[in-house]
Design a protein around this ligand. Structure first.
Ligand SMILES: Cc1cc2nc3c(=O)[nH]c(=O)nc-3n(C[C@H](O)[C@H](O)[C@H](O)COP(=O)(O)OP(=O)(O)OC[C@H]3O[C@@H](n4cnc5c(N)ncnc54)[C@H](O)[C@@H]3O)c2cc1C
Length: 277
């Protein structure tokens, strides 16, 4: 897209309920030339604008090899996210993007891929899981660790079941508070690292979720011998412009909107620790 400030009109072409407050919107640009030229990388986000309400950053969760159809999974937390989730099939919204850095899919070729997520944190990693799952010959084994508070918070249940069946793929689900039907693990996501070893020499870790979870996960992975430059985190900050202009999302010397949201741990360790203190 040429002018990064101008949103382009897109139409809601489908919607799916993932959980009580979480829906996935499937959208498509109205203008055919925009649709044809638009490209994104796994992990990037769009600014979605509900006319007359406001604009928010939301990750793109669909496959980058099919950029004419864009999926965004939105959790209702406030005014704009509620208005987005309220959009019906056939209604219009504004879209600017894509923005931000992406997951290291090329750098990870031939390596084991480890995904660690918590809560809605799994939205930004859905596209990377799909990408690896659909190209198993390019990567080593795929381990997915996902933790939520209760079984009701588990999004993409059917997709986790499907991924479990892929070759060389392991899925570890955990909840803080189980119900009677829950048959997987109980406890925080980092407890899983006591049962499952990660090969520190040949793995790349990509994670997303509450920062406190990522903080503990990084500590445990480093203790297992994983090099800091093989850990990637997706960070969230309130942002407005998405192009490194307004400064709302400044993180140490970087901006989450243009240098992030995906950042390599060794490059941000100093500020990540400060942010958590
Ligand atoms: C790069 C990036 C990718 C994102 N991807 C997704 C996604 O895929 N799905 C999704 O549901 N949400 C995502 N978010 C978060 C989403 O942008 C916010 O939930 C949204 O801006 C809230 O707007 P609102 O008007 O609904 O609520 P507001 O009324 O603006 O906010 C409600 C509450 O959420 C807090 N909040 C708002 N934005 C953020 C933020 N970015 N980080 C932390 N707290 C925030 C506010 O401080 C307030 O407490 C992403 C954010 C970023 C920065």
């Amino acid at each position: 897209m040429t002018n990064p400030w101008i949103p382009h009109t897109a139409e809601v072409i489908g919607r799916r309920r993932e959980a009580s407050h979480v829906h996935t919107l499937r959208i498509r640009f109205r203008d055919e030339s925009i649709r044809r030229s638009y490209r994104f990388r796994s992990g990037q986000f769009n600014m979605l604008y509900v006319f007359g309400v406001g604009e928010v950053p939301i990750s793109i969760v669909s496959d980058p090899d099919d950029p004419e159809i864009l999926d965004h999974t939105v959790r209702i937390v406030g005014k704009v996210s509620a208005a987005l989730v309220g959009l019906k099939k056939g209604e219009m919204l504004g879209v600017r993007g894509p923005y931000g850095s992406s997951w290291p899919l090329e750098e990870s070729r031939g390596k084991n891929v480890v995904i660690v997520t918590g809560g809605l944190g799994c939205a930004p990693v859905i596209s990377v899981i799909n990408f690896v799952a659909n190209r198993r010959d390019r990567y080593g084994n795929l381990k997915i660790f996902h933790g939520v508070k209760t079984p009701r918070d588990l999004l993409y249940r059917a997709r986790f079941r499907a991924w479990e069946k892929h070759p060389d793929t392991e899925v570890y689900l955990t909840v803080d508070h189980p119900d009677r039907e829950w048959k997987y693990n109980v406890g925080v996501v980092t407890n899983l690292f006591r049962q499952v070893r990660i090969d520190p020499q040949n793995s790349v870790v990509m994670m997303c979720g509450p920062e406190v979870m990522m903080h503990h996960t990084v500590r445990d992975l480093l203790a297992q011998g994983l090099p800091p430059d093989r850990i990637y985190l997706s960070l969230e900050r309130n942002m407005k412009c998405a192009i490194g202009f307004c400064g709302h999302c400044q993180f140490g010397p970087r901006f989450i909107c243009k240098d992030g949201p995906i950042l390599r741990y060794d490059q941000i360790r100093e500020w990540f620790v400060t942010a958590e203190a």
